[in-house]
Design a protein around this ligand. Structure first.
Ligand code: 13P
Length: 253
């Protein structure tokens, strides 16, 4: 049974005090995680020690990084290697978020290198893909997303690809309050799974968790997550509100 995941992406938000308060509030709000369910908190790098300490010992709860460098070490001022995160207790790394692709010019080729760097140390990439509005309006979202996956992930072996979590995030739904309908989400998630099935076989594709991101909130999570090929969500704005994110965790199937 593949993992069902509620992942918070705090992006570049909150002071340290606010981060601590939010984690305390979420821990105090009723939420349940069964064996195949996980909650992941992608916090700003500087709050990782705080988050690791606060969440230590909690079953199926993990801290994630929002990015990493592709190299293992060296003269890259201001950058953080995947192995550094691992040494600080962080074994999940979000890669290729559309904001990084857009504002930091991250290419498919660079993301292939970053994916390799994360897998090489035994950590889990949460690999983001998704189309802009113009592509959705042209109706070519499937081939757009397929190219992102092929260019960055298809060099991986079957053993490696099952360790990658995919997050499909249509850019037009991020921070806009506009969500894909559950039918739209299911349609493209099923397509993404079929892309992996064609390359790696159906049983491998079946093991890959595919999260939906884009204006997920407590009020729509259950319906979106109930779709057969939607295995949870990557959540921005609503993950900054404890009651919202706790409800999103509870909406996992
Ligand atoms: P919102 O949930 O704020 O739309 O952000 C989605 C996102 O980008 C998560 O990575």
């Amino acid at each position: 049974m593949r993992k069902q995941i509620a992942a918070a992406n705090w992006k570049m938000n909150l002071s340290q005090n606010e981060a601590e308060t939010l984690l305390d509030q979420i821990l105090a709000t009723e939420h349940h995680l069964s064996g195949n369910q996980e909650a992941i908190f992608a916090v700003p790098a500087i709050y990782i020690p705080l988050a690791v300490q606060k969440l230590s010992g909690k079953n199926n709860v993990f801290v994630a990084a929002q990015n990493c460098h592709q190299k293992t070490s060296g003269a890259y001022t201001g950058e953080i290697a995947a192995s550094m995160y691992a040494s600080a207790g962080v074994h999940h790394i979000v890669l290729g978020h559309s904001e990084r692709r857009e504002y930091f010019a991250e290419s498919d080729a660079l993301l292939a290198e970053k994916t390799d760097a994360v897998l090489a140390i035994g950590s889990t990439p949460i690999f983001c893909c998704g189309e802009p509005l113009s592509i959705r309006e042209a109706g070519t979202q499937n081939s757009f997303v397929e190219a992102q996956l092929k260019n960055s992930l298809f060099h991986l072996s079957a053993d490696q690809i099952v360790k990658v979590v995919i997050a499909y995030e249509p850019i037009w739904a991020i921070g806009t309050g506009k969500t894909a309908t559950s039918d739209q989400a299911q349609e493209i998630h099923a397509y993404i799974r079929s892309v992996f099935a064609t390359k790696y076989g159906a049983s491998i594709a079946d093991q890959i968790s595919i999260l939906y991101g884009g204006s997920v909130k407590a009020s729509n999570a259950k319906e979106i997550f109930s779709q057969p090929d939607v295995d949870g969500g990557l959540v921005g704005g609503a993950s900054l509100i404890a009651t919202e994110f706790a409800a999103i965790i509870n909406a996992l199937k």
